[in-house]
Design a protein around this ligand. Structure first.
Ligand SMILES: Nc1nc2c(ncn2[C@@H]2O[C@H](COP(=O)(O)OP(=O)(O)OP(=O)(O)O)[C@@H](O)[C@H]2O)c(=O)[nH]1
Ligand SMILES: [Mg+2]
Length: 347
């Protein structure tokens, strides 16, 4: 499925139906009074967040949405029917901007959250309403009001607590599939992952958090190399980044490994300073490729360099996503950190 995370659409709520001027015509009643009913209200447009949708794809094809008009009033005191409301569904994490001034209208972060985007026009009044002691046979009625129209820009930024970061092939997708039920494609060629995937990680009885796997970054991503850094925006709302570094493939070349890690940090900083300053943990992946007897010495050596060159990397976890070695320690560490954050937020 294609992943679309931006769309611009035009919305038009329904016009209210016109009121009507009509008179009662009944046998043996020579002059019946006014009987024109009101027009129905025009349909409004609402937007609803759903966790079952993960792309704005449908808004790429259809870009104009109209709610139904209200029906006109009728004679015999009949009111016109209201126009049906229109509900647009978007993924959780979609932010709606007013396209004219880019102000944020809504941030749809809860599943099932509903917001009113465009109000339908009020129905007009039938001549029923204009009867008075001096005017028993009014011919006035009013027209229905126009519905609201708006152009909105929608932007999806996936909602995750933890974001995975790293080169293509570092093993990000393997890690998310080892610790959650997510089943992203895994392969030994770069750019296997083409759009963000989310996985829910359950950590024993302690709770759960959402982790996002995004496409790999390469040097020059800020200039558009590889898939560029267009997906980094999906990490903006995370609380921790986990930088996945493949230490197995180039073992024992610490220089190559740490240079690579440094490049990712540079790309991150070029993209956005606030993202760069987020807590960033390190997962040294593919440790199964390192001889067992060398592991401890190697981790110590590489950790010292990483702590110096790759800022904010106090937390370093050696793991193997393939064998799940070390992944529990990483997950528990994250869970503990998240719980502390939550407690601090409550205070
Ligand atoms: N030996 C070993 N191989 C691993 C490990 N983790 C991942 N791999 C392999 O590395 C390759 C790339 O893994 P992916 O999970 O697709 O890597 P990715 O980081 O998601 O890559 P992109 O989606 O291209 O950015 C696959 O062939 C995996 O089987 C590991 O811990 N040990
Ligand atoms: Mg991947």
């Amino acid at each position: 499925m294609k992943f679309v995370d931006e769309a611009k659409i035009d919305l038009h709520a329904g016009k209210g139906g016109d009121g009507v001027a009509a008179f009662r015509r009944e046998k043996y009643v020579p002059k019946g009074g006014p009987s024109g009913g009101d027009g129905g209200r025009g349909g409004s447009i609402f937007i609803r967040a759903s966790r079952d949708i993960n792309t704005l794809l449908e808004y790429r094809y259809k870009r104009t949405f109209r709610a139904k008009n209200g029906e006109n009033g009728q004679g015999k005191d009949c009111y016109g029917k209201s126009g049906e409301d229109l509900f647009l569904e978007v993924p959780m994490g979609t932010i709606i901007y007013d396209a004219t001034d880019n102000s944020v209208l809504f941030d749809l972060s809860r599943d099932g959250q509903i917001e009113a985007l465009c109000k339908g026009g009020k129905g007009g009044l039938g001549n029923l309403h204009f009867k008075s002691s001096t005017n028993r046979a009014p011919r006035q009625f009013t027209h229905g009001e126009m519905g609201e129209s708006k152009s909105v820009h929608m932007e999806l930024s996936v909602l995750a607590d933890v974001g995975l970061l790293g080169f293509p092939n570092a093993g990000k997708s393997t890690l998310i599939s080892a610790v959650s039920a997510a089943k992203p494609k895994i392969a030994d060629y770069p750019f296997t992952t083409l759009h963000p995937h989310l996985g829910v990680v359950r950590s024993g009885f302690k709770g759960s958090f959402v982790i996002a796997d995004i496409p790999g970054l390469i040097a020059g991503a800020s200039d558009g190399a590889g898939l560029g850094h267009q997906f980094l925006k999906h990490l903006q709302r995370t609380k921790i980044l986990v930088h996945v570094i493949d230490v197995g493939t180039d073992y024992p070349d610490t220089e190559a490994i740490t240079n690579g890690a440094h490049q990712i940090c540079q790309e991150l900083q070029k993209y956005d300073e606030s993202l760069f300053k987020k807590p960033r943990w390190i997962a040294l992946n593919k440790i199964d490729l390192i001889p067992k007897e060398d592991r401890i010495r190697f981790f110590e050596k590489i950790s010292v360099i990483l702590k110096k060159r790759v800022a904010q990397s106090e937390q370093i976890f050696p793991i193997s996503s393939v064998s799940s070695d070390g992944t529990t320690a990483l997950i528990n560490g994250i869970m503990e950190y998240m719980s502390k954050l939550e407690e601090a937020e409550k205070k």
